[in-house]
Design a protein around this ligand. Sequence first.
Ligand SMILES: [Zn+2]
Ligand SMILES: [Zn+2]
Length: 116
Amino acid sequence: MAYSRERDFLFCHYCGTMLTVPSVNYAECPLCKNRSNIKDIEGKEISYTISAEEIRRELGIETIEEQKVQLSKVNKTCEKCGNGEATFYTRQMRSADEGQTTFYACTRCGHQFQEN
Ligand SMILES: [Zn+2]
Ligand SMILES: [Zn+2]
């Protein structure tokens, strides 16, 4: 198996960092934690058609989205323009004792405000 010979030539195809190989099944980027299947790498044809948006998603934007509850509309008066409708979502703060924060965004002017 070519595994041991090729391991020094494995680079993260997202950020270019040399990958570590903690397992025979996958290689892991120490920087962005992206894992590549060893079989895929050995298949040589690594695709470079990944868009910047996909990279951002891979790099952890998804962890922010995970915390969001789906946007819904609520009757809330915008303190800036007086519009009576806003979208809102709640987000759990990192430290558990901070509880949940509700964020509002005015549907007319986009003004954002929050409420604990
Ligand atoms: Zn990387
Ligand atoms: Zn407004």
